[in-house]
Design a protein around this ligand. Structure first.
Ligand code: ADP
Length: 452
């Protein structure tokens, strides 16, 4: 500021002196005055032009350019340029942060929609686009409630009570394939709304399955319990002869066995679901498994057919020298379930053929063929569902729990094996387990003497 004042005074003095010398003789004082005033005006005009240049630069100029280089205006220009650069840097950083936030919201597995205070769409991610069929070009700034016409959502949106979420049918929901969306609105800012959506079809299905399962288990337990309670009451209230008492006690034991079988199958299922898959280091000879199955099958056939002429014809064949890797008790349970079903569903004197074969590609096929009633094709895909039965009374009469094939399915999944079912109603069924080659090896000296 001092130099500015100093230059102004010097300029005036110089112009005044020039006026003094250039003035006609005797008019020196007048010349000096005119010189000083013109010098001051020239200085002022020059200074003004620099100020105007700076102002124009501030209005439309390029921040990398320099409007005025020196003096007071030069310093103002320099500081303004630095301020503008700092602002631009901040804007760039904020924009990059905003892009990062938007990219994170895009990556979200949930749908996100930002609505303004009028309920118009300001932004949405791809997942929300899929959930509600929104188009980024077409639907921006459209009223969200006009685009999502579900009556449940309309009522939820209009209620302004967003404490809980709403579960509504998805856009592609059909009665055969229901799709469920959970939608939750969260107010923020000044009247704005954040809408979060997620596909809860699987959760809803799991919840429905859990409800069905509990209902099924309760039903399965209640039936034998009611029968047991009835017999207990009869025994308590009626004077019975020994024969009758024996018969009732036998029937009670049957119901208790049924409950025991059910509980043990349920425990087996929950163990299978809750434990890690068995490794491939426990090897057992296929022939040992087949021997064990044969003993159990003969015993079961004898229990179900007390008359010796009603026994099933049981044929067991096994490749020798083949070993299978897995959990022995689980494999025995899965294979035993198939053999048990064949015996229970095949009428007396029917034929059951159990065999294990080594396939050319190194896999092993364990199959159980029977000459029982067979199964109609429409039932086959559902047989491994829990409590699914083709013939309820036949299953119960023979001590079935409705969980056998569900257990088989779980065991096979845990061993990477698959189940095939071929059946012809009226002729019989063939249930085959295919073990992957990774769980099959030819017997070695390590396995000699192994028994299950
Ligand atoms: P369950 O305890 O009722 O036998 P499973 O899960 O073992 O339950 O079998 C499911 C249903 O599949 C049975 O109820 C039965 O209707 C049918 N099923 C299973 N194996 C046979 C078979 N070998 N022959 C005919 N039907 C069978």
């Amino acid at each position: 500021m001092f130099w500015r004042f100093f230059s102004f005074v010097c300029f005036q003095l110089a112009a005044g002196l020039a006026g003094w010398f250039l003035a006609p003789p005797g008019r020196g004082a007048m010349g000096a005055l005119i010189g000083a005033v013109s010098g001051g005006s020239a200085w002022f005009l020059f200074d003004l032009s620099r100020g105007v240049r700076l102002l124009r630069w501030l209005r439309v100029g390029d921040a990398s350019d320099v409007a005025v280089r020196s003096g007071l205006w030069g310093e103002v220009s320099d500081r303004a340029r630095r301020l503008i650069r700092a602002r631009e840097q901040m804007t760039r950083e904020s924009q990059s942060r905003l892009q990062d936030f938007l990219a994170a919201l895009q990556a979200s597995p949930n749908g996100v929609v930002l609505l303004d205070s009028e309920g118009r769409i300001e932004w949405f991610n791809q997942m929300a686009g899929m959930h509600f069929g929104l188009d980024a070009q077409r639907d921006m700034l459209q009223h969200f409630a006009n685009l999502v016409r579900d009556p449940g959502f309309a009522a939820y949106f209009a209620s302004h009570n967003f404490l809980s979420e709403l579960v509504m049918p998805g856009r592609e929901s059909t009665p055969a394939r229901p799709v469920k969306l959970s939608v939750h609105l969260h107010p923020y800012g000044e009247g704005r709304l954040l809408l979060l959506s997620r596909d809860v079809t699987a959760v809803e299905q799991a919840e429905a399955m859990r409800r069905d399962f509990v209902a099924n288990v309760s039903h399965e337990i209640r039936t034998p319990l009611t029968v047991l309670a009835g017999f207990v009451e009869t025994l308590q209230t009626l004077p019975l002869v020994d024969d009758e008492r024996e018969r009732y006690l036998a029937l009670m034991a049957q119901q208790a066995d049924r409950m025991q079988a059910l509980v043990s199958d349920l425990l087996m299922l929950s163990r299978l679901e809750g434990s890690p898959s068995p490794g491939s280091f426990d090897w057992m000879p296929m022939s040992s498994l087949i021997n064990q199955l044969e003993q159990d099958a003969s015993a079961l056939s004898a229990v179900l057919n007390p008359r010796s002429d009603g026994l099933h014809k049981l044929v067991f064949d096994s490749v020798t020298g083949v070993e299978i890797a897995g959990a022995p008790n689980e494999l025995l349970s899965a294979m035993g379930n198939l053999v048990g079903n064949a015996i229970r569903y095949t009428p007396a004197r029917g034929e059951i053929h159990v065999q294990a074969l080594l396939l050319p590609d190194g896999r092993v096929a364990f199959s159980v063929a029977d000459t029982g009633p067979g199964i109609a094709p429409e039932h086959i895909p559902r047989l491994t569902e829990r409590f699914y039965r083709v013939d309820r009374s036949r299953s119960r009469d023979t001590g079935g729990t409705g969980l056998g094939l569900a257990i088989v399915k779980h065991v096979l999944q845990r061993h990477g094996a698959e189940l095939k079912i071929d059946s012809t109603p009226g002729k019989g069924s063939v249930f085959t387990i295919i073990f992957p080659s990774s769980r099959v090896r030819m017997a070695s000296e390590h396995a000699l003497g192994y028994s299950v």
